[in-house]
Design a binder for this molecule. Structure first.
Ligand SMILES: [Zn+2]
Length: 285
């Protein structure tokens, strides 16, 4: 009787083992679970390379045992977010189980900026429109760049040493009385000519001294789809193709483009989604 039962059990377990796909990997994610925040996700060492996709983002990221992935949450992200392995066909078993995250809702301030030249709020002349369109194309090309460099071990540092925060991420902006897109960066007010340093290692992918809205602009690719954009610079100290390390001098604060006082606007865009740069500061793996 015992022998029969154990044979049945062995049969049952071996069938179960046969039917079950290979062991799923454990995906661990941590970070500020708020709108405008992010998580950094890891797989165990020696895991293969997979595509990870978030319910809130169209773009996917690559992840492996030695390559973490930063998954951004937009300012207006849903509060429930799932992360899963993006399989290439219906028969493929997911390499890791989905992770479900609950984000905290963020409260955004309303910021009024008055006294801007009217043409800098809404471009008026055909020449102004043309410049804005040409600038847009340059930025679009730069955002497509993908450096392999990785900043994860070293974290991010504030790009200005002494400053006053003059604009927070996420605030609803009203420029000369007109409601505009929310502010998706951090503003560091300091005198014109103040040093701006690289917040993390990067490759310079756009360096333009005179954009219509942005003025002096830099776009830095930190790797894995994480990019910084720096606006209103009075001086650029780097050029396209330069490799910079965290803390290297890259330019100086100014009030070029659409600005009412000297400040640096620092934005961080991750595969098309702007996150709150403040949350990245000091964040290491
Ligand atoms: Zn700003």
């Amino acid at each position: 009787m015992i022998r029969v039962l154990s044979l049945v059990l062995i049969g049952f377990f071996s069938m179960a083992a046969f039917a079950k796909p290979a062991k799923t990997l454990k995906l661990s994610c941590e970070g500020p679970l708020v709108q405008g925040g992010f998580v950094i996700c890891y797989l165990p060492p020696d895991s293969g390379t997979y595509e990870i996709v978030s319910s809130g983002n169209k773009s996917s990221a690559l992840i492996s045992g030695d390559r973490p992935a930063l998954i951004p949450f937009a300012r207006n992200s849903d509060l429930q977010v799932s992360l899963r392995h993006k399989t290439t066909n219906a028969d493929e078993a997911p390499a890791f189980d989905p992770v479900f995250l609950n984000l905290q809702e963020s409260k955004w301030a309303i910021e009024r900026v008055d006294g801007l030249p009217p043409g800098k709020v809404t471009p008026r002349t055909p020449e102004q429109q043309k410049r804005v369109e040409a600038d847009w194309l340059k930025k679009q090309a730069a955002w497509k760049h993908r450096a392999a460099a990785s900043w994860y071990d070293d974290g991010f540092l504030e790009p200005v040493a002494n400053y006053r925060t003059s604009g927070e991420y996420g605030s609803q902006r009203i420029l000369n009385g007109q409601p505009k897109n929310p502010h998706l960066g951090l503003d560091f007010a300091a005198p014109s000519g103040t040093d701006i340093t690289a917040p993390a290692g990067a490759i310079v992918v756009l360096a333009e001294p005179d954009m219509y809205f942005e003025g002096g602009l830099l776009i830095l690719d930190h790797g894995d789809g994480v990019m910084s954009v720096m606006l209103h610079l009075s001086r650029l100290d780097v050029k396209v193709g330069d490799t910079v390390s965290k803390g290297d001098l890259i330019g100086a604060i100014g009030m070029t483009g659409r600005a009412t006082g000297p400040h640096l606007h620092w934005g961080v865009k991750v595969r098309g989604t702007y996150i709150n740069p403040k949350l990245l500061l000091g964040y290491k793996r």
